[in-house]
Design a protein around this ligand. Structure first.
Ligand SMILES: *Cc1c(COP(=O)(O)O)cnc(C)c1O
Length: 387
């Protein structure tokens, strides 16, 4: 029984700023590729937006993560701690660098990386000597930690920074879902040594595809710009000093990014309003856990997600998803936990019970910044009718 009313997508981009105007400028002037004024402008305006001294634009968020790991000094056969409950990109990026992910379970309250579990791994399984941390079992150096800020909420960063200090780890924030969010007032992505962002079509702002790496460290940023542009030492003779990558964002994409950045704060406000409405509607409903809010996080509410507790509700999350689907509402569960995914199944550890529970119970709801109040009400009513 397909509803006759309009289909409500999960999360789609909204193009209503100066995108056309800026893209036209690129086409009219012929600056369409990876050089051109908009790339520099986008980097500058983005850096300003998140209060970072440096920003390097990349073809996508995954490339930003790959480069961030390299400039942070992650080397083949190092180990890198990373959230188990995440989109797969940061875990893949660790493998691109030839390093090994150590998966950290999620925290029950915040759904983010459980930093206590990271501490327990480092304290129980590793030793520190000569300023280096090694996994005693594998003999490998543990070089970095990648907290993934999921859904627009924040990993608790103070204890991450404390761990980094004690165990000599580089902190690479995956802030790809967290542009506009703040941890204790500080923009996500600017708290660790390096931060990465994504402008994929489903993110809070989009360039079609794109990414950004930010860092307070000038040398790491310079190195990132060098590596993302084929490590060219001589522009004329084409002399290259390293194995670089073709990871530079194009001027057309950056033009779209400049326009999107102009309306970021409006998108964040809208997303927060949508989230507040969902949370108010589900607050005291048996069987539903609304998206967590934690004191230390000002969230961009990127992807509004609830848990359906199958022991208390009349349906489980997948059944509810199929009912919503029949009513023209697109939803999605959270990602398959990394320790269960085929390419990363061998990683330590083999059990992450909290991320498994969150995956099983979760359902992300439509929350595009263009979502109408009527459409949102339809989603809410359908859910309340069936749980
Ligand atoms: C979107 C996303 C990425 C990757 O960004 P792309 O631009 O799609 O490469 C990385 N990590 C997380 C958590 C993401 O959600």
């Amino acid at each position: 029984m397909i509803s006759t009313s309009e289909f409500i997508p999960l999360s789609i981009p909204e193009i209503r700023s100066n995108e056309w105007k800026y893209v036209k400028e690129c086409l009219d002037t012929g600056w369409v590729s990876s050089a051109g004024p908009f790339v520099d402008r986008f980097e500058k305006e983005f850096a300003h937006c998140v209060h970072s001294p440096n920003a390097v634009a990349t073809v996508n968020g995954t490339a930003a993560l790959h480069i961030a790991l390299l400039v942070a000094g992650v080397q083949p056969d190092d180990e890198v701690l990373v959230s188990d409950l995440t989109f797969i990109a940061p875990v893949n990026a660790i493998r691109y660098a030839g390093a090994w992910p150590v998966l950290i379970d999620a925290d029950r309250q915040s759904w983010q990386m459980d930093v206590n579990q990271a501490r327990s791994f480092l304290e129980r399984k590793c030793s520190v000597s000569n300023g280096e941390t090694r996994n005693r079992q594998t003999g490998r150096r543990v070089k970095a930690i990648v907290p993934v800020h999921i859904l627009g909420n924040c990993v608790d960063m103070d204890p991450v920074l404390q761990l980094a200090k004690e165990f000599n780890l580089m902190v690479i924030e995956d802030a790809t879902e967290g542009l506009g969010s703040r941890y204790k007032g500080q923009p996500l992505g600017t708290i660790g040594d390096v931060g990465c962002f994504s402008f994929n079509g489903n993110k809070i702002i989009t360039t079609g595809g794109g990414g950004m790496m930010v860092s307070p460290d000038d040398e790491m940023s310079r190195r990132a710009r060098y590596l993302t542009t084929q490590a060219k030492d001589d522009e004329i003779e084409f002399v290259h000093g390293a194995i670089g990558y073709n990871y530079r964002l194009t001027n057309i994409q950056a033009a779209i990014g400049c326009a999107q950045l102009e309306v970021l704060s409006e998108y964040v406000e809208t997303k927060r309003r949508i989230a507040a409405k969902y949370t108010a509607s589900f607050q005291n409903v048996t069987g539903i856990v609304p998206m967590p809010q934690v004191d230390w996080c000002y969230s961009n509410c990127w992807l509004y997600t609830i848990l359906v507790d199958e022991t208390q509700a009349r349906v489980d999350s997948r059944k509810l998803a199929s009912i919503l689907q029949q009513n023209g509402v697109q939803t999605r569960p959270l990602w398959q936990p990394m320790h269960l995914s085929a390419p990363h199944r061998g990683c330590e550890p083999s059990a992450c019970p909290v991320s498994e529970m969150l995956n099983r119970r979760s359902i992300s709801l439509p929350c595009s910044s263009g979502l109408s109040a009527e459409a949102q009400q339809r989603v809410i009513s359908t859910i309340l009718q069936h749980v």
